[in-house]
Each structure stands twice: as C-alpha cells, then as structure tokens.
Design a protein around this ligand. Structure first.
Ligand code: FNR
Length: 192
C-alpha cells in the first residue's frame, strides 16, 4: 500500500493547547500509511503582498514544507467564531505569490476541539470557505467537532474515552481513504 505524507497544522500557539493534544492523538490513531510532519508557522511575519517579489527565507521554507507533503490536516481551535489570526496569516502566506498557491489540489481535512459544545463548528465553516478559495479538495464527511472535557486526551495524546478514541480512529481512516481517492485523480506535486 502507498504511503502518504501528511503535514498537519495546529491552529493554536498556546503552550497547553487542547488542539495540540488532539493532534497528538490523531497521529497515534492514524493508519500506518499516513506519515506525519507538523507544519509550523509561529515565526512567520505578518503577511503583506510587499513580500511577493522576494519572500523571506522563513516563508520560503514554510511553502516548501507544504510542497513536500501529499495532504494537509488542520487541527484548530475556534477564536471568536473564526480561525485564529496566526493560522489565517499562515494560509495567506501559503496562498501567494499569485499563481504559486501551495494548497492547489492539496487534499485537506479539518478537525478541532473546544471546551464548548459547538466544538469549533463555526470556525471550521470559515476555514472551509478559505480552503475552498485556495482550491484544496476537502474531506466533507465525516465532520469532527470535539468537545474537550478536562482529561479527555492526555498531554501525550492518549484518549481516555473509548467512544472518542474510536471516532478519531475512524476519522483518520476516512482521511486516508479520501487522500487516496484525491491523489488517484490529481498527480502528486513535483516536489513529491
Ligand atoms: C476562545 N475560545 C472560543 N471557544 C469557542 O468554542 N468558540 C469561540 O469563538 C472562542 N473564542 C475564543 C477567542 C479567543 C481569543 C480565545 C483565547 C479563546 C475558547 C477556546 O476554545 C479555548 O481557549 C481553547 O482551549 C482553545 O484551544 P487551544 O488553544 O487550547 O488549542
């Protein structure tokens, strides 16, 4: 079976991020064909198109890290009913310069955790709109809105509730199958 390189974004910059715990759990529970690297973005400056003529090294490396993977996975909190500003800034960098959008034809999926019952559902709708504009084929089902109660996932990414563990495992299996389907139609990017 083919292996797929997955780059995952953790939308939160917080030290004790619950979405980072969720990301660790997803990596643990994913099928063996998925090989993960985190795509970090905390060091990117605020984007302006003034940079388009000459991207700084940190931004070129960031775009290279997306080019190097077959698919992307967003694990993100909802901030004020949208996505965190740092994540939006990173996506803006990735989408430019014009004609060099890193997300074109790159399969993606979205998941997020919140202490609240809505479980990032509203923020995810914003992210779907953004990624749609960036021409990323997105996994529409299954949806995953995780309400994070204290202790649900340990710092090491161990899920303490069996039904949640099963749900997350299934999400990652669906994501592998979705990635396989998309890549059977779209060739992988030359960097791969
Ligand atoms: C939040 N939080 C939040 N939660 C939510 O469900 N919907 C929301 O719109 C918001 N808005 C929001 C804005 C800002 C600026 C902060 C700091 C927080 C609460 C949020 O879900 C909670 O802090 C989570 O712990 C954030 O995830 P990470 O950063 O721990 O992964």
């Amino acid at each position: 079976m083919s292996e797929y390189k997955v780059g995952y974004f953790v939308g939160s910059l917080a030290r004790d991020s619950i979405n980072r715990k969720l990301a660790k759990a997803l990596v643990r529970l994913a099928p063996a064909e998925l090989v993960f690297t985190e795509i970090t973005f905390a060091n990117l400056p605020l984007y302006s198109y003034d940079y388009d003529a000459d991207f700084p090294k940190v931004a070129r490396e960031f775009k290279d890290s997306i080019a190097a993977v077959d698919a992307v996975l967003f694990v993100t909190p909802e901030y004020n009913r949208s996505i965190p500003g740092a994540l939006k800034n990173a996506i803006d960098w990735a989408s430019r310069p014009y004609g060099q959008n890193s997300f074109t034809r790159k399969p993606s999926a979205i998941i997020g955790a919140s202490p609240g019952a809505i479980g990032t559902a509203v923020g995810q709708q914003h992210l779907k709109s953004i990624l749609g504009f960036c021409n990323s084929p997105m996994m529409n089902a299954i949806e995953a809105y995780i309400q994070f109660k204290p202790g649900l996932i340990t710092d090491d990414g161990e899920v303490t509730v069996e039904s949640t563990e099963g749900f997350l495992r299934n999400f990652m299996t669906e994501y592998r199958d979705f990635t396989r389907r998309v890549l059977s139609v779209y060739p992988r990017s030359p960097a791969n």
